[in-house]
Design a protein around this ligand. Structure first.
Ligand SMILES: [Zn+2]
Length: 454
């Protein structure tokens, strides 16, 4: 049976993985909050990525840059001028849409004339009466320092003050890496090729956020800028491409058959890229981008060099040759990967006329490794022994949960739904012979083992 996105959204809320943002106040479009189980999974994903790409490698180092950056960053990067979506307003009902999302066969660079020729009807009121296409910049702006509301809308002097204080929440984490390239080269003198990795939030004011956590207004990115010799970019691009597959397939265990590489044609590539491969994934609601691998040339460093007036050249230690390095960028959204892992794990099984829902997480990602329970909650001797086992396992593995609610069947059902691989049950035999029952999530088989073997 094909998994539906709604089933996953519902499980996420029911079991504390993901809640709508600001739920108690009726929500806030394009935001989602991670609950206890969701955070546990998210942190494991982030840690596996960091471990694989940074800690296990000699050529990639970490940075953690500020979210608020000097606005010149976004002038140099091109975001101030080009990070915009085509916005169109229905003159009848005043609803606003992203033009390329409501009309067939047009791109982000659609003109008003081209849009009108598609004869698209308003998805809200059904009329066809459109205003002109306007470029809507997706960066969230804010004011830094002591700016009063009247400064923003007031007289010329205060308007100038307000304008001067404008800053943006970063629309991508990449620029936090590029702006630190020079500091890193000057402090740790890495040999080329080398990479800088960062995990952190990025913000995009999407006109119509949708598809659960796939297209939200703030997301967590995991990015590497890999600095290479200009003449070696093809070789390093292949190296990075192979590493991405290794991470996705061997570390977080996504099925190879669900990952598809899409060579992005020149006209669809971001303005800075000479080659991009989108790694697409079969999500429950269709094929969607999971991550991107882009060759950004020397676009960013050269722009920073021009805007800042500071040299971004790298001096080769052996030959003394100087040049601005080129960049290969693998970039993945944590939420996109989270949903890919969740939808891979989501399983419904029919057994004895009942549907069993389980999350078949790989062991390295399951929020809990074990659940420990006393067979009966009202027998103090069982509870005492179970607590002993629980504490023992917690000391050994950390990620262990306790459950003494309801009956044993209900507990198994709950642990299946949060993806706990093993349930350990303490019963009267345990008191006699120091053995416990271990029940396997995927097979539901139960075996008896000695506590010391756990
Ligand atoms: Zn309308």
């Amino acid at each position: 049976m094909a998994t539906k996105l709604e089933d996953i959204v519902s499980l996420c809320k029911r079991r504390g993985f993901i809640f709508p943002g600001s739920d108690v106040y009726g929500g806030m479009a394009g935001t989602w909050d991670f609950g206890p189980l969701g955070v546990a999974l998210k942190k494991k994903i982030e840690n596996e990525w960091w471990d694989f790409f940074v800690e296990k490698r000699e050529d990639i180092f970490g940075v953690d840059a500020a979210i608020l950056m000097n606005p010149r960053t976004w002038i140099a990067s091109g975001h101030t001028a080009t990070f915009a979506d085509p916005l169109v307003e229905c003159k009848e009902c005043k609803s606003r849409f992203r033009a390329d999302k409501i009309a067939e066969g047009i791109s982000e660079s659609v003109t008003t004339e081209e849009f009108l020729e598609t004869h698209t009807k308003c998805p809200v009121c059904g009329k066809e009466n459109w205003g002109p296409i306007r470029k809507f910049n997706m960066m969230f702006s804010t004011h830094v320092g002591a700016v009063l509301p009247e400064d923003v809308n007031g007289d010329e002097e205060s308007k100038a003050l307000a304008e001067k204080s404008v800053a943006y929440l970063r629309p991508e984490t990449a620029q936090g890496i590029f702006t630190n390239y020079k500091n890193v080269v000057d402090t740790i003198y890495p040999d080329l090729p080398f990479g800088l990795a960062q995990q952190g939030k990025a913000f995009r004011n999407e006109i119509s956020p949708r598809d659960f956590i796939l297209r939200d207004r703030e997301c967590s990115q995991m990015e590497i800028e890999y600095f290479v010799r200009p003449d070696a970019w093809e070789e390093d691009f292949e190296k990075m491409r192979k590493l991405q597959h290794e991470f996705l397939e061997d570390v977080v265990k996504l099925p190879t058959k669900n990952i598809h590489e899409l060579e992005v044609p020149a006209e669809d590539r971001a303005h800075y890229s000479k080659r991009t491969i989108d790694f697409m994934f079969d999500y429950p609601n269709g094929e969607e981008e999971l991550m991107g691998l882009a060759y950004r040339t020397d676009f960013d460093l050269s722009n920073i060099q021009r805007e800042s007036g500071k040299s971004m050249e790298y001096r080769d230690k052996n030959t003394g040759e100087t040049f601005v390095p080129h960049v290969i960028e693998p970039s993945i959204g944590v939420e996109r990967l989270f949903l890919a892992i969740l939808s891979t794990a989501y399983t419904e099984e029919e057994k004895d006329g009942k549907t069993r829902i389980l999350l078949k997480f790989p062991e390295n990602l399951a929020p809990y490794k074990f659940c420990v329970s006393p067979l009966l909650k009202n027998k103090p001797e069982l509870v005492k022994k179970a607590k002993e086992v629980y504490n023992l396992l917690r000391e050994k593995y950390k990620n262990v949960t306790w459950d003494d609610s309801g009956n044993i069947g209900k507990r198994y059902m709950k642990q299946d739904e949060i993806g706990t691989p093993k349930c350990v049950v303490i019963d009267f035999d345990t008191l006699e012979d120091e053995t416990v029952t271990i029940r396997d999530r995927d097979t539901t088989d139960q075996i008896r083992v000695r506590i010391e073997e756990l």
